[in-house]
Structures are given as structure tokens and as C-alpha cells.
Design a protein around this ligand. Structure first.
Ligand code: ATP
Length: 373
């Protein structure tokens, strides 16, 4: 079943929207546009303001400043039930005495619609619960109950579905399954989903666009790949996966690249991948993701191809984690700093105490402003 949505009525546009509680600012005024039909995630640690932002879209929280538009309509002053949105919460809030069919039918019946059978059956089909229609909520698993909650929220064809940590109560395995399931449902119905989560893997798996929030602000907005490969701040670099950050100083420019000094050596960084000022002498935190790094025993350093960034170090310890081995390296670049690298080619000499060279391509290097908060 596909609900056709070729217009822009499911765009969510926040303009200067902010929320204060007394002297405390939960959400600093922010501008954000979520295009019709996209799967959008608000991602951040507990207390960063993501739920408050979602609740302002829903109409459950009154903004202290700014406006909320859904499509062309300014809904800022509208109560929740008059907005073309619906919300799915972590607690499924199903009616325990009603069966699954009636739980899903509830929204239609409340609007006085008599013939609900086809719509409810289609919706149960969409969430793959056609067989469970006559069961009560307590007879279903957590994941199934959450799918009922999604079906119930979609039955009235909202323009936007808001999801507030909907998978938070599920165990990890079920959570992973439900992430794919929700993504499939969103693709099928084609409406805008705005999903709040503190789980970076969840946001990366499901969303087309992720807004990383920190202390009431959107720190960075982008596709999962963009955020992972091109973080603009240390917060984003560290919140999304593991980053190795090396303190360096701008030496010179070489065409589109910046050459940096780090310890006794040089590192190369494409200027386009640097969010720090690139004037000579400027401090830059040079970052590289662990899986982009290769590890070569120091005796074989001569075999490393030209043009790769390299730093030397010593293996502090290693742990085998199935497909790869995780190495912790004490690096001379920064004595207190450890570098994590993964290596699928397990050279038997790569054991704790071995001197190694870590090397990676400059294109996998990013530069952050060392002076930022
Ligand atoms: P969580 O994942 O823990 O829900 P969150 O990122 O969704 O975190 P919010 O619930 O949006 O965070 O809260 C943002 C900040 O605003 C928090 O510091 C919270 O304590 C504060 N806050 C939220 N509601 C109120 C309220 N009614 N009165 C005062 N402070 C509030």
C-alpha cells in the first residue's frame, strides 16, 4: 500500500524555534527544514533538547520563540490534535482491553468513520501483523506492540510521523530488526518521519538526514555518510563512532592540500576536509577513523606506498573481535594518546610491544578546529 505524497505538505520547517524554562535554555533558537518524505533523525545525548524539539513540532510543548510550519501552514498556535502529525512514543500506550484490530481502528472510529475494515487490514498488512488482528496487546512481543503503535499512528494518514525513542524499550536484537522495519514502512508510505534517538547507530541505519544536537543546538546536519566522514566538530567526530584525533599545526599549503606538522613528522589533509582556519601556524586536530588505518610492522616500513599519512607507535594491546583485531597504539605524536586501528590481515608480529607504522590515505583525513569548545 502506498499513500501518494507528491506535494510538499509534509515539509517541516522550524524558524527560530527555541525553548526556555525560566533561565534555562533547553533549545536555542534553531532553523531546520525537513523535506517531505524524508526520514529525519534528531540525534544526541540525554538532555540535549531533541525531545523538546520534537514536542514543539507535535504541539505538545509551546515554543518560547519562533514558528513551526507544516507544508505551507503555520501551525505554531494549533493544538496537537489540529496538526497533521501523529506521535509514536517509547511506551506504546496501546489500549489493553482492545484487540489489535480495534487499537488500530480507534482513530478512524473516533472520527465517526463506519467502514474501517479495509483500511485497518491494509495497515496491519503494512506492519506485517495481519495474522495478529484478534490478539490483545499483552499477547504480542514488544516489537509487535510497537508496530501496532505505528499502525495506529498512521491510520489517519498524518503528513508527518514523529517518533520519540520508539525502540528504547526493546532489546538490542529486536531493536536492530525494528530499525529496518521502520525504514521499510517509511519508504512504503512515503511520509515524513522525524525520529528522536540517542543511539548513533540507529540514526545512521535509518535516517536520510541526521541533525546531531548538543546542549540545545544543532551541531551538524547531514547524511549519515557525510557526518561520519566529514565531521565538523570534535563533538560530532566523537559522538559518531571512534575518532583518532592528533594535535597538529599548519605548516604550508600544497595545491588543494594542507601540510601539517605533528610531532616530528608531516601529515597531509585536503583543504576541503578541514573546518579549522588554515593559516600557517594554526592549530588543527587531525582526525582519521580507525578502519581507514593500516598497520605495518616497523621492519616493513619501506614497503608502505608513497603519499600516505603515517605516524609511528607501539602496540599497547590488541583484542580479537572476530572479523578484525582492534589495536591500541601508544603513539609518539601525542604520548597520552591512543590510536585504535583495525586490521584484517593479522600479521603474527603485531603483538603488544611491537613497533609499528600507522598509515592511511590523506583523503580519509579530516581537520577540526582545535580552538573550539
Ligand atoms: P532525553 O533523551 O533524556 O529525553 P532530550 O535530549 O530529549 O533528553 P529534552 O527532554 O528535550 O532532552 O530536555 C532538554 C533539557 O530541558 C533537559 O536538560 C531537561 O532537563 C530540560 N527540561 C525538559 N523539560 C523541562 C521542564 N518541563 N522544565 C524544566 N526543564 C525541562
Amino acid at each position: 500500500m502506498t499513500i501518494m505524497t507528491t506535494d510538499s505538505s509534509g515539509d517541516v520547517r522550524l524558524s527560530g524555534i527555541g525553548k526556555t524554562y525560566g533561565a534555562f535554555t533547553a533549545v536555542h533558537p534553531l532553523d531546520l527544514t525537513v523535506p517531505q518524505g524524508s526520514f529525519f533523525a534528531l540525534l544526541g545525548a540525554s538532555g540535549c533538547g531533541k525531545t523538546t524539539t520534537l514536542r514543539m513540532i507535535a504541539g505538545l510543548e509551546e515554543p518560547s520563540s519562533g514558528t513551526v510550519h507544516l507544508g505551507d501552514q503555520d501551525v505554531t498556535a494549533l493544538p496537537p490534535y489540529k496538526r497533521p502529525v501523529n506521535t509514536v512514543f517509547q511506551s506504546y500506550a496501546l489500549f489493553p482491553h482492545l484487540d489489535i484490530f480495534e487499537n488500530v481502528a480507534f482513530g478512524l472510529r473516533r472520527r465517526g468513520i463506519k467502514s474501517v475494515k479495509k483500511q485497518v487490514e491494509d495497515m496491519l498488512e503494512l506492519v506485517q501483523l495481519g495474522e495478529q488482528a484478534r490478539k490483545k496487546p499483552h499477547q504480542l512481543s514488544g516489537g509487535q506492540q510497537q508496530r501496532v503503535a505505528v499502525a495506529r499512528a498512521l491510520i489517519n494518514h498524518p503528513k508527518v510521523l514523529l517518533l520519540d525513542e520508539p525502540l528504547g524499550a526493546l532489546d538490542l536484537k529486536l531493536r536492530r530488526q525494528m530499525q529496518l522495519e521502520l525504514k521499510r514502512i517509511q519508504t512504503e508510505v512515503g511520509i515524513t518521519f522525524v525520529h528522536v534517538t540517542h543511539d548513533q547507530e540507529e540514526a545512521m541505519t535509518m535516517a536520510d538526514t541526521v541533525a546531531v544536537m548538543n546542549a540545545g543546538r544543532v551541531e551538524q546536519l547531514g547524511s549519515p555518510t557525510d557526518l561520519y566522514e566529514n565531521p565538523q566538530t570534535t563533538f560530532v567526530a566523537n559522538f559518531l563512532g571512534t575518532s583518532n584525533l592528533i594535535e597538529a599545526e599548519v605548516d604550508t599549503k600544497n595545491g588543494d592540500d594542507i601540510v601539517l606538522r605533528a610531532g616530528g613528522g608531516k601529515l597531509v589533509l585536503p583543504e576541503a576536509r578541514c573546518s579549522a582556519p588554515t593559516t600557517a601556524g594554526g592549530k588543527v586536530l587531525v582526525g582519521v577513523r580507525p578502519e581507514k588505518i593500516s598497520l605495518t610492522h616497523a621492519d616493513d616500513a619501506g614497503e608502505i606506498p608513497e603519499g600516505r599519512n603515517r605516524i609511528t607507535g607501539r602496540i599497547a594491546h590488541s583484542s580479537f573481535i572476530g572479523v578484525s583485531t582492534q589495536y591500541v597504539i601508544d603513539s609518539q605524536v601525542c604520548p597520552e594518546f591512543e590510536v585504535y586501528a583495525q586490521n584484517i590481515e593479522r600479521d603474527p608480529r603485531l603483538t603488544p610491544g611491537a613497533d609499528v607504522v600507522l598509515h592511511w590515505s590523506p583523503v580519509h583525513t579530516f581537520g577540526l578546529d582545535a580552538a573550539q569548545d
